[in-house]
Write a protein of this length. Structure first.
Length: 51
């Protein structure tokens, strides 16, 4: 849970920085964050199915 809070805090900081970044950099960061969230969701789902 603490990990999610830290992730949301970092996301909030990143969203504040988006206004100062070029569009391609912002889109690349969005893709990386989205991929990380997808991997996290898949790992969580697998963990719940095994227990």
């Amino acid at each position: 849970m603490l990990f999610l809070v830290a992730a949301l805090l970092l996301l909030g900081v990143a969203m504040g920085s988006v206004a100062h970044l070029p569009v391609p950099v912002t889109l690349a960061a969005a893709v990386v964050i989205g991929a990380w969230l997808a991997v996290f969701a898949i790992r969580e789902r697998r963990t719940r199915h095994h227990h």
